[in-house]
Design a protein around this ligand. Structure first.
Ligand code: UD1
Ligand code: MG
Length: 417
C-alpha cells in the first residue's frame, strides 16, 4: 500500500484528532453562546412546535468558526516535512516545497471563510432570494483562481456511449468547465438551504454527504495511489466538518435547541464544492447529492415562480395529532399554460396531490408544495417531525449507497476504467 508510506499517515491522524476536538468544542460552545445570540436577536421561531418556542439561529457560525480554527491550526501539519528541510525555493524535485498544494489549501479556506461571512450576512439581513442565490459565486472565485493556476485542466473524458459524437476520448471544455465549477458552488449551497425547515434535516443530510465523501476518499487512497494527494486534501477539509456537524447536530436534532441558519447551509454546501473542485471529483460529489438534485429540480416550478411559492414551504404541525402534514401552494382561478402543464404532469406521475378543489367546478385550488419532505408526507402519510428528519437521512444514505454502486460498478459501462 503505497499510501501508507511514512509522512502521509501522520497528518491524517492529526486531522482526525483535531476533528474530534472541533466536534467536542462545538458541542460545548453552542449552549454557552445560545443566550448571547438570542439576546442579539439571532433567533427564530420553531414553527413545528406547539407555541413556536424561540430557538437560537445561525449556529452554523459557531460550527464554522470552530472549523476554521481547527483548519488554521492544521495548515502547517501536511507541510512539516518541508519545514524540516527548509526547502521553500521554487523549482522541481521532491524536496521543493509544494506551493501548489499550499495554495489549494489556502484557496479552499478563503472560499469557505467568504461563504461563512456571506451566509451570516444573509441570516442577519435576510437578503432577497434573487440576490443571495449569487453569493456562492463570489465566494467560489478564489477557488476557481487556485484551480486555474495549480491544476488548470479543463479536459473531460467523454462517456463511451457519446464518443461517436466527438473526435476523441477527451473534450476540451475551457471556460465552460469554470462555469460548471461555479454552478456546482451555487447549486450545492442553495440545494442544502432549500432541503430544510425540520429539526436536524440540514445537518443530518450534510453529515451523510460528508461521510460519503470521506468513505470515497479512503477507498480511492487504496485503489488509486496516484491520486492520493487529492484525496488526502479532501479528507483534511471534510473530517473537521464531520466533527463540527456532529457537535452541532447533537443540539439540532429533535427537539432542536439550536438552528443552523443559512450560515450553516451555505458553509456545508461550500465544503462539498471545495473538495469536489480541489480534488477534481465534482461528478462524484454530485452523485452524493442526488436527493438535493431531485429536491431542486422538483422545486423549480416554485423557485422560478411558474406556480406560487410561499415564504415557507416546510410541512405544518397538526397540534391535535402531533404529526406533520404537507403544506400547499394556491392555484389561481385561471393558471398560466406552463402552470397547468406542470400541475397535470406532476399529478399524473404521483409527484403532486391536489389538496383543495372548488366544491362546485372541481377545479384545483391548492396542491402540495414541491419539496422532497412534502412529497414524503404525501406518499407515506403524516408522521412525527423526528421521523421525517430520519426519513430524509435514510433517503440520503440510500442514495449514497446507490452512488457507490454507480461510481464503482456501473461506471465500467460508461468509462474505460
Ligand atoms: C428555505 C426554504 C423555505 C423553508 C425554509 C426553512 C425554499 C425556496 N426556501 O428558506 O421553504 O421553509 O428554508 O428553513 O425552499 N425552522 C424551523 N425548524 C427548523 C428549521 C427552521 O421552524 O428545524 C424555521 C425557523 O423559523 C427558522 C426559519 O425556519 O428561523 C429559517 O428559515 P430561513 O433559513 O430563513 O429560510 P430560507 O432559507 O429563506
Ligand atoms: Mg435557510
Amino acid at each position: 500500500l503505497a499510501v501508507t508510506a511514512a509522512g502521509i499517515h501522520n497528518p491524517l491522524v492529526v486531522s482526525l484528532g483535531l476533528s474530534a476536538l472541533a466536534g467536542l468544542f462545538t458541542f460545548q460552545a453552542i449552549p454557552v453562546v445560545s443566550g448571547v445570540f438570542v439576546a442579539h436577536g439571532r433567533a427564530g421561531k420553531d414553527l413545528l412546535k406547539v407555541g413556536t418556542p424561540v430557538i437560537p439561529e445561525s449556529m452554523g457560525a459557531i460550527a464554522g468558526v470552530i472549523y476554521i480554527i481547527a483548519m488554521f491550526l492544521f495548515i502547517p501539519v501536511p507541510f512539516v516535512k518541508w519545514f524540516r528541510e527548509s526547502s521553500f525555493a521554487l523549482g522541481d524535485g521532491d524536496l521543493v516545497f509544494p506551493h501548489n498544494k499550499f495554495a489549494q489549501v489556502l484557496g479552499g479556506l478563503l472560499a469557505l471563510m467568504s461563504m461563512l461571512f456571506l451566509g451570516f450576512a444573509d441570516d442577519v439581513l435576510d437578503i432577497r432570494w434573487r440576490v443571495k442565490i449569487w453569493l456562492p459565486l463570489i465566494a467560489s472565485m478564489p477557488l476557481l483562481m487556485v484551480y486555474c493556476v495549480t491544476y488548470g485542466g479543463t479536459d473531460v473524458v467523454v462517456p463511451i456511449p457519446l464518443r461517436p459524437l466527438f473526435d476523441g476520448k477527451l473534450v476540451h471544455l475551457g471556460i465552460f468547465y469554470y462555469a460548471f465549477m461555479a454552478a456546482l458552488a451555487i447549486f450545492s449551497t442553495n440545494a442544502i438551504n432549500i432541503l430544510a425547515g425540520v429539526n436536524g434535516v440540514e445537518a443530518g443530510q450534510s453529515l451523510v454527504i460528508a461521510l460519503s465523501i470521506a468513505a470515497n476518499d479512503v477507498l480511492q487512497l487504496f485503489r488509486n495511489p496516484s491520486r492520493a494527494e487529492a484525496h488526502l486534501t479532501s479528507l483534511y477539509f471534510v473530517l473537521p466538518f464531520i466533527g463540527v456537524t456532529i457537535g452541532f447536530l447533537a443540539h439540532n436534532w429533535y427537539p432542536a435547541r439550536a438552528f443552523p441558519g443559512d450560515t450553516y447551509c451555505y458553509f456545508a454546501g461550500m465544503i462539498f464544492a471545495v473538495v469536489g473542485i480541489l480534488g477534481n471529483f465534482s461528478k462524484t460529489v454530485l452523485l452524493f447529492m442526488l436527493p438535493q438534485i431531485f429536491n431542486f429540480v422538483y422545486s423549480c416550478p416554485q423557485l422560478f415562480h411558474i406556480v406560487d411559492c410561499p415564504r415557507h414551504r416546510m410541512p405544518s404541525l397538526d397540534p391535535k395529532t402531533g404529526l406533520l402534514n404537507p403544506t400547499s401552494f394556491l392555484i389561481p382561478a385561471s393558471p398560466s399554460l406552463p402552470a397547468r402543464l406542470i400541475i397535470r404532469i406532476f399529478s399524473a406521475t404521483g409527484l403532486l396531490r391536489i389538496t383543495k378543489r372548488d366544491p362546485k367546478t372541481r377545479a384545483p385550488l391548492a396542491a402540495n408544495n414541491l419539496t422532497l419532505m412534502n412529497l414524503l408526507l404525501v406518499r407515506i402519510g403524516p408522521m412525527r417531525e423526528q421521523n421525517l428528519a430520519l426519513a430524509v437521512v435514510v433517503v440520503q444514505a440510500a442514495c449514497s449507497a446507490l452512488a457507490f454502486v454507480v461510481r464503482y460498478g456501473l461506471v465500467r459501462w460508461v468509462y474505460d476504467v
